[in-house]
Design a binder for this molecule. Structure first.
Ligand code: FES
Ligand code: FES
Length: 149
């Protein structure tokens, strides 16, 4: 199965029905993508496929043949987001964090609180109460655009 993973072409030997989540973690050794529910409900396994956020526990790897897949390991240009999650206390146990950041990376510049809430509605967090997560995404957006923090 050939696809582009974090900017590099990879050729993975896996059954086309194997979950993309498992291919990433087991075959590609990229364990930043987490499994929460395994049923498409929690968003912990979110990655980008051709720039769109998808839950990789529901995607058979055969569906990404020829596509661009980005995981948290490949999200270098969104370093501000990762730093903001640390400084705003947006992560506690951390299981939801990669998925939160992947989804947040698809937001436009300087998103409003409503836009952030709406975008992250499919990403569940059992620890933080969401306040730190929303602040982190807002902070990263402001930082990216030179606003005051
Ligand atoms: S593990 Fe995929 S949505 Fe929960
Ligand atoms: S930090 Fe633990 S689930 Fe979000």
């Amino acid at each position: 199965m050939r696809f582009t993973l974090n900017g590099k072409v990879v050729n993975v030997r896996a059954h086309p029905m194997k979950r993309l989540l498992d291919v990433l973690r087991e075959d590609c050794h990229l364990t930043g993508t987490k499994e929460g529910c395994g049923e498409g409900e929690c968003g912990a396994c979110t990655v980008l496929v051709n720039g769109a956020a998808v839950t990789s526990c529901l995607v058979p790897v055969g569906q990404v043949r020829g596509a661009r897949v980005t995981t948290i390991e490949g999200l270098k240009r969104h370093r501000a987001l990762q730093e903001a999650f640390v400084s705003e206390g947006g992560a506690q146990c951390g299981i939801c964090t990669p998925g939160m950041i992947m989804t947040a990376s698809t937001l436009g510049p300087s998103p409003s609180l409503d836009e952030i809430r709406s975008a992250l509605a499919g990403n569940l967090c059992r620890c933080t109460g969401y306040g730190g997560i929303y602040r982190a995404v807002q902070r990263a957006g402001k930082k990216k655009h030179g606003g005051r923090l």
